[in-house]
Ligand binder design. Structure first.
Ligand SMILES: O=C(O)CC[C@@H](O)C(=O)O
Ligand SMILES: [Zn+2]
Length: 460
């Protein structure tokens, strides 16, 4: 193995191959809990050609490769447990080209989401895909998981912003896919196969991303709501009259924990079982009037207990904290995570079913609900009782999973709305995808990666 690692060194620039234990532990995992970490080494390519050479080296030496971006994944997609070579994109972090006329920017895969957002701002434009981890997550990883986040209701998923990709397939071929074209009717759009493929077909090395006009005055409404059934009423009410840029929710438990952990005041008068956070672009006085009149109607319909509306960008940012801090606030409890989707009309039914399943089987478990309810995407985080062994907790959660996912299957839902399948959800893929579909996906993998080098063991 040493001689093949030496061959790898000759592909990479000096100091771009690490084998020390700290680096192996750091780069061999993402934010997912509970997997053993055991990579062979960490490679830091700087160019697409170097990535292609690494893939050819891996095929020759039968070494599996695991891609590593910002490592903010929550499904174990970037975990290396079996002596894989980790390919980290940290040194491929250049914004390479910007075309004003098309508002398209081409960047390397390791560009951090926030870096792209800032670049857009500097050019009076906007990259709207956003989430709490945007300070660490990389564009390549976002594309490989088709990341969603908090603005999907208005701006769609990462997929909707990708105009072109450069990828290295599992055979070591470099493909330029779509190259920024708006119209291109020349057969399969392979770009879309790579978006959301979690690195199992090949690695994304560059992306051309479309930017858009900046919102002018993002305004936040934080509403206390008496019961989840009212979410449907609120969605109808507000969406009829204004274009929402976000429609999020969280439970009182989530709110309490964030307030305590970050020493924040209660933002709305009354306590309520659930809170909704709505955002819209107040481009005119008239839109604010319309939002206020929706709010009044919500109070009259008893869909809202009370609420608060931001009067400045700073206040809007303050209100977002109650939602955006949840994941980080509970992370020290190592929650068991589910990231599920149903159509928005089924959300409250589904949530109540899951609550009763968990409380029937494990009454001592604490359930924290939050998520992108306007998209039907719920984050179900289960916390272990303080006195329970972690491994017993995980196996209890795994026992309850089939019950939850059977309900989800009946509703035609998804076991992973935006976090991907990775290792964590792999055992449950058949609740969302038929056997035939999985077989077709396996066939596609074989075409791009015949030697099963690229992120093997993930997804299926
Ligand atoms: O931690 C989670 O379960 C969700 C993380 C992220 O997708 C969010 O929406 O905050
Ligand atoms: Zn989310």
């Amino acid at each position: 193995m040493q001689s093949s690692l030496d061959a790898l060194k000759s592909i990479l620039d000096a100091d771009c191959l690490l084998t020390d234990n700290d680096s192996l532990q750091q780069y061999g995992k993402d934010w997912t809990n509970n997997y053993s970490i055991s990579p062979l080494a960490i490679a830091f390519p700087k160019t697409t050609d170097q990535v292609a050479e690494i893939v050819r080296w891996a095929n020759k030496n039968q070494v599996a490769l695991v891609p590593s971006g910002g490592r903010t994944g929550l499904s174990g997609g970037a975990v290396a447990s079996n002596h894989e070579l980790v390919v980290a994109f940290d040194k491929m972090n250049q914004i390479e080209n910007f075309e004003q006329s098309t508002q398209q920017v081409t960047c390397q895969a390791g560009v951090i989401t926030e870096q792209l957002q800032q670049f857009a701002m500097d050019n009076d434009l906007y990259y709207p895909v956003d989430f709490a981890s945007s300070g660490s997550s990389q564009i390549g990883g976002n594309i490989a998981t088709n990341a969603g986040g908090i603005k999907v209701i208005r701006y769609g998923l990462t997929r909707d912003w990708v105009m072109g990709l450069t990828v290295v397939t599992g055979k070591g071929d470099i493909l330029n896919l779509n190259s920024g074209l708006i119209k291109n009717a020349t057969g399969f759009d392979l770009r879309h196969l790579f978006i959301g493929s979690e690195g199992i077909l090949g690695f994304i090395t560059e992306a051309t991303i479309k930017l858009t006009r900046q919102p002018t005055s993002l305004t936040v409404l934080l509403l206390a709501i008496p019961e989840l059934e009212k979410v449907k009423t609120l969605l109808n009410l507000f969406q009829k009259d204004i274009e929402l840029t976000a429609f999020e929710f969280f439970s009182d438990k989530a709110m309490e924990k964030v307030m305590k952990h970050h020493n924040l005041p209660r933002p709305v008068e009354s306590e309520a079982p659930f809170y909704c956070l709505l955002e819209f672009d107040a481009t005119s006085e008239e839109i604010i009037e319309r939002a206020l009149s929706c709010f009044e109607s919500g109070l009259e319909d008893e869909a809202i207990l009370n609420g608060v509306m931001s009067q400045s960008q700073q206040q809007a940012d303050e209100l977002w904290k109650y939602r955006e801090y949840i994941s980080e606030t509970i992370s020290s409890r190592k929650p068991y995570k589910n990231d599920i989707a149903v159509t928005p009309d089924k959300v409250s039914d589904f949530l109540h079913k899951v609550d009763s399943i968990v409380s029937e089987h494990y009454p001592a478990f604490e359930v924290i609900w939050f998520g992108h309810i306007g998209d039907g995407n719920l984050h179900l985080n289960i916390l272990a009782p303080e006195d329970m062994e972690y491994k017993d907790f995980i196996s209890a959660c795994e026992k309850v999973n089939p019950l939850i996912f059977s309900e989800l299957q009946k509703m035609g839902g998804s076991i992973s709305a935006e976090h991907g399948v990775g290792l964590l959800k792999k055992p449950y893929l058949s609740y969302s995808r038929s056997e035939q579909e999985i077989a077709y996906m396996q066939g596609i993998k074989l075409a791009f990666d015949p030697n099963n080098i690229m992120n093997p063991g993930k997804v299926f």
